[in-house]
Ligand binder design. Sequence first.
Ligand code: GSH
Length: 258
Amino acid sequence: MRKSRGYEIDVHGQGRITCAEDGLRRAADERVDVDRGMTETDLPVLYSFRRCPYAMRARLALASSGLKCALREIVLRDKAPEFVEASPKATVPVLVDAAGGVLEESLDIMDWALGRHDPEGLLPTDSEREAAMRALIADIDGPFKIHLDRYKYPNRFEGEGPVDTEAERAAAGRIIDELETRLKASYWLFGDRPGYADLAILPFVRQFAFVDKAWFDTQPWPQVQDWLARFLASDRFLSIMTKYPKWQTGDPVTLFPD
Ligand SMILES: N[C@@H](CCC(=O)N[C@@H](CS)C(=O)NCC(=O)O)C(=O)O
């Protein structure tokens, strides 16, 4: 089996601050302050939901950056009033930074965390690669997610007429075909190390795979199956899937990453 340099070595670590660039110094200072006993009001707050793939990608980026935040576990059918007040659109994840700025989109949270500190080099280094990566993620967040939801939750769409779940699965599968082609050329989506696109996309492929894992495992997608298996077995993935009780006002701070 080919070895991934990044996921075996770097991704499991917390990263070290060695760069003297201003933003990185700020991130380093924040971490030191946490160690000295920072209070919750000083920390960015991440409203999250364990099983949400959008929240997973945000937690993966935060875990990679090493930036600490106070995690508040949300239950979607019983959302904390503080969460809805911070973000009336009330979708997870939401990050409220120390200055009160609110980020309501998972990709914005990834960009925020990695823009401040990217010790594992997840962000693309050139604009051409960045454009290709963003286009691929848009395919996942757009058509793939539409077909995935109709495949996984057909009852939600009953009002629009009957849902042909096999057709929806096949349509999503055509996007998996594209990932398979890409993963034949490189061990991770954009090279020999995991990058931003892997972390942004894997939680959705996981969701698709587990609708019917026995079916997924028999499809002609050996590279995608291996890529997903590596991700699911990684310490990083396990570390972002810790179970937390539903957050409510007055609870002690849950530091993330811990
Ligand atoms: N575009 C948003 C989508 C987030 C989203 O739809 N999250 C779902 C959970 S996976 C949610 O919060 N839905 C609201 C609800 O079910 O009430 C993002 O990228 O953060």
